[in-house]
Write a protein that binds this ligand. Structure first.
Ligand SMILES: *Cc1c(COP(=O)(O)O)cnc(C)c1O
Length: 442
């Protein structure tokens, strides 16, 4: 469900025409819907909170910690913060942004395989909910950092449940050879050791098996193993107060299997890992943000090769703006912003202007016939879109626009070329004044 639809033949977001946004802000441009963000959060959190089996001993509903890496724009995070969301973060930058967006520290989780000492210290001093520790060396460093601050670090251990899942090898995280988490055996050992350490407070265990998961079976398998490990730790007399079940629920990218709905997910979680007397955490990213955003781009021209007859739809958006197709062969539905007047269709390779063959959004896609200057929208681009943007080829970062009920605001402006150039100061020995190439060009 999202709030992008055609009105009078033109694609709109919450009543605002994408043509108008493109005219005012330029293209390429990311456009996000506040209503879709809020809806996804409330439907997901609502489904979990109706499950009595997922209540904590203090009757708390699960903590829904939005995985900020999906889309960390401050206005997006603020929108979710005001709806009551927490944050799952993977860097000091994300923790700072979460707090700047108004998410209280006690709703912030810090994940990631390579937290530095400085980042751990920052997180501890900020008083976040917990650190999700992913390895023994990391736990050793956390103990040292906490001791140096004379603090007690609340942490959970991320167990790799040995269940891989997800839409692509690059987004699977639960297999034994993936870099994430540790084996259950090692985790149980670390947990017991840590409980004797005066600066460490092991409060529970965590898992996250992958992303774009469209089938509950692997999640259920992982969750049921988690239940077994909670029981195993308790059998050793250790206390387990929290269970973090990660994110990973998929979204429909148009041509893919329809993912389970939040109600079915919540019911599965309640049946599989419910009633453990813990506080539950869930970390959805894509589920919240993906369908809440589109990338609007303009057709630069259509190039038809005389040798192969292949038609290339060349856009002003490129892999530096939306990396997912190049990185994971991801599929995005591409829609014309203005509905075509007739049924004429063409088979296009849709490409960007970057000097890489990988800068191909899709091959042999049937689309309505398009002409130079017309606008298209990449749907389902709100997650892992703008956040992966770069200035490769010295292309300015695409701006981001947030829409709310008929209004819109630029929430990250496109940098000017002057700003881009000013960001790279020249050392004194390269002072540009009067600088001439030493060897005159012939
Ligand atoms: C990426 C990530 C998430 C979010 O994954 P989605 O597929 O976007 O829901 C949650 N938890 C951890 C630890 C992650 O690395």
């Amino acid at each position: 469900m999202n709030h992008f639809d055609y009105q009078d033949g033109e694609l709109h977001c919450e009543g605002v025409s994408l043509t108008e946004i493109a005219r005012e802000v330029g293209t390429p441009v990311y456009v996000y819907s506040s209503a879709t963000l809020e809806r996804h959060y409330t439907v997901f959190a609502g489904a979990l909170s109706t499950m009595p089996a997922l209540r904590s001993p203090k009757e708390e509903a699960p903590l829904v910690a939005y995985a900020m890496k999906a889309n960390s724009n401050l206005a997006v995070v603020r929108t979710l913060a005001l709806a009551g969301c927490g944050a799952d973060t993977v860097s000091e930058g994300e923790i700072r942004k979460a707090m700047a967006a108004g998410i209280p520290a006690e709703r912030i989780v810090f994940s990631g395989v390579g937290k530095t000492d400085g980042e751990m210290a920052f997180a501890l001093k900020a008083g976040i909910y917990q650190l999700n520790v992913e390895s023994r060396p990391e736990l050793d460093r956390l103990a040292r950092v906490a001791a140096s601050l004379n603090m007690i670090a609340p942490f959970v251990i991320r167990i790799n449940p040995g269940v891989g899942a997800g839409g692509h090898a690059k987004i699977t995280t639960g297999g034994a050879k993936d870099k994430f988490g540790i084996s259950a055996e090692e985790a149980l050992k670390l947990y017991a050791e840590a409980s004797a350490h005066r600066n460490l407070a092991p409060v529970g265990i965590a898992c996250h098996i992958g992303s774009q998961i469209t089938d509950l079976t692997p999640m259920q398998a992982a969750f049921s193993r988690m239940r077994g490990w909670v029981e195993a730790l308790r059998a050793e007399g250790l206390s387990v107060e929290r269970l973090d079940l990660g994110g990973g629920l998929g979204v429909p990218y148009f041509n893919q299997p329809t993912p389970p709905n939040p109600a079915d997910f919540a019911e599965m979680a309640a049946l599989t890992v419910g009633n453990l007397g813990v506080r539950y955490t869930f970390e959805p990213g894509r589920l919240i943000a993906a369908n809440a955003g589109v990338l609007v781009s303009r057709v630069v021209h259509v190039h038809e090769r005389s040798d192969s007859g292949q038609k290339f739809l060349v856009l002003d958006a490129a892999m530096n703006d939306l990396l997912r197709p190049a990185l994971y062969d991801a599929y995005h539905d591409i829609r014309p912003v203005v509905q075509p007047a007739n049924d004429d269709a063409e088979i296009y390779d849709v490409v960007g202007p970057v000097c890489e063959t990988g800068d191909t959004f899709t091959r042999d896609r049937q689309l309505p016939r398009l002409r130079a200057g017309e606008l298209v929208a990449f749907m389902t681009a709100g997650a892992y879109g703008a956040v992966m943007g770069s200035e490769y080829n010295s292309r300015p970062l695409a701006p981001e626009v947030l829409v709310r009920d008929g209004r819109f605001a630029v929430v990250r402006p496109r940098p000017s070329y002057d700003e881009m150039i000013a960001r790279e100061p020249l050392p004194q020995w390269l002072e540009p004044k009067g600088l001439r190439p030493r060897v005159a060009l012939a």
